[in-house]
Write a protein of this length. Sequence first.
Length: 371
Amino acid sequence: MSKRLSLVSILSSALFFVTSCVPQKNSVFDLSSVYAIVTICSLFLLIGCIRTLRNTEPWFIVLFSSVLVVNTGYFILSVSTTLQMALWANRISYLGSVFLPLSMFFVILHVCKYPAKKWLIAVLSVISIAVFLIAASPGILDIYYKDVYLIQENGASFLVKEYGPWHSLYLYYLISYFGSMIGVVLVALAKKRLTATIHAWVILSAVFVNICVWLLEQLVDIRFEMLSISYIMSELFLIGIYVVIKYAEKSMLSCSTVNDNESCTNNTLTVIEPNEVDTTHDDKQRYFEFTENLKTLTPTEHTVFELYADGRSSKDILAKLGIKENTLKYHNKNIYSKLGVSSRKELLSLASLLNKHDSDDSNTSNPHMIK
């Protein structure tokens, strides 16, 4: 945990250094050098993300890959010597820019403990591909840029564009994602899906930083893509929150396996009697969300959930399923995340509520009934 946070701190410091290197008058740095440094930072972040998460969180991998693609495109554009080369670099940067808000949206969904529906992933991916094809059309069609030519300034190349009728499509695309991200965080905050309020504000900060930087670039003629840095800052915000949340969940799960009737609060063990299980969550919306989230559990996870709901202990489950303690911890983590709960007590409370609704509606078959 401390090593990961130290890595985040070091990379944050590196970003401040890179920002200070943005060329001013009499600066020894040119823009292409800054883009090269930012691209290298993006590459190391992606490698660190892959090594740390080990493909367990694919949307983080997509997010970090998108940032690398964006900054690679910016760098190639900055060293372009022909208009054709610059247009290809522009397409590369748009490839990352289009899929970056998509991946960031699903990362925020994951951090806020909302399962990503397969149909939603498919629909948004198709939309992203369509937007990219339109943004990549300059040099072939004039619907995105009416006219475009290449200039050089401060040791780097730039595209000067005259926008076409379809250029606003990308604007609406970004606004839709930014609005959706803010909405998800605010709903998660209201429903207490995040372990701390500060987590919500940090995620919102990551979104607002990109909004402000993007608006600044639209309103002020700056010969540097500040988004190249703000995207990396967003990565650090999100991965930092993810590490903190996962560390808290790991501590909670490690403690919960010590004794099934005990829970950890402020590093102390408090016995939870069966009659103390909280059954006050009589909220229909929460109930329906819980039943829907149950559908996302794998067969093994559903079996573990039902065993817990039956009052089985961890030792009983380990013996019955023939699995190791670390495997059970892994299943617990996935069950908690998918069902949007943060403790065994809350899980049992919702399971009790589920049984209550099932018994009140005994004439209706319910596939989620705990047997």
